[in-house]
Design a protein around this ligand. Sequence first.
Ligand SMILES: [Zn+2]
Length: 405
Amino acid sequence: MFYQCPKCRKIWQYPIEKCPDCFLKLERMKSEKIRVIGVSKVQIPTMFHPEVPYFVLVLEDENGNKWPQKSIKEYKIGDLFKMEPCTDKNSVAIWRIKYDILEAIEKVIELLGGAMRTPSSSSPSLPSEARCLKINSQTKILILPTLISPKHPYLAVNTNPKFLESLINYLTKIGGETKNIKVVAQSFDEIPIEASAQKSQLLDVCLKNQITPLDLAKGNFVKKNQNGLTFEISEEVFNSNLIINLPILKLAPHQKNGGGLGVRGASENILKFLKKESYLSLQRLRSQDSNPPAARGAQTKVWEGGGRVGVPAFGGAPEIMEKLQKVLPNYLTLADALTIQKADGFTALLGLVLASFNSLNLDRVFAEITMIKGLPEYLKKIKIEDIPIVGRKVEEVQYNVEKVG
Ligand SMILES: [Zn+2]
């Protein structure tokens, strides 16, 4: 993505608000036809690029704009650089955020099949019925960010407000109306959700866009059964046409007693659609299932994670996680992996957006990218080789976050 002044035609590689000479708002220039004009092979691994060999390509678009790109696949000079979308519902799209979150969101959606009304000519060559997002002015959209603690955005505990804002911009660009967008959250502990909404700055984003945030706890819940388990799920879920799970991804403290939870993010965020009591009783069930009686006392207490996370982890709840997916309508996960929290509470820059209609697969890919070994039970079963991955390759963006950061 490049940015051009409509008057003097000067071009920038990053979004500045206005042309410093003409004071006009820059226009976004999408690259449609990209060719490889330079290739160099890298054989020496570094901390941020542990996988070798890889290639650094110099790419050029039809407007003569050039930029470098890392690639695991070898290209020759003159090759067309193109990424085909994958409409398999189990696929996971990975894209790098350079400066512009909106661009990265557009890109991952395109990689999953695109939106029905895609802005400009950027749509992939798919017929509109095959597109993954069908949005018009009537579409009722439900957005569930991670909102668990009254913390500032830089701590990367809650979904970044810029990420939510970029998503809202994107949705209105492809035909959605803000009056049909609901941003929802719920507290599962003693912290009032209003306090978290305010401090996280997610509330500001909602108000700025005339969206009233909704506390799910104040609404109704419906019972759904799946193989002997009862879930009480917010009726908002069943009253909307499109559900977007908008978690921030993070690395979790390793639990003793073999919990081994390494990542927390997409699948865990979706638990916020449950009624609090339903969530807590499932949590108790989980700890009875997965721990020997001796360890039970320690495990059933609410895991506080230094007060950063505040809700218990569903580390060993294979059946619960999978069964919940079956009672929920199809939903899109768009995951914020720009700055991620590590197990020690510090943050690391990962600079990614991940998207999928399968949140378990998305979490599994995130674990692979961050080279986390101790996976929760519900992710252990998923083989990374079985997941169709589109956009950037895992090897291109992978580094050992815990070790390096
Ligand atoms: Zn200008």
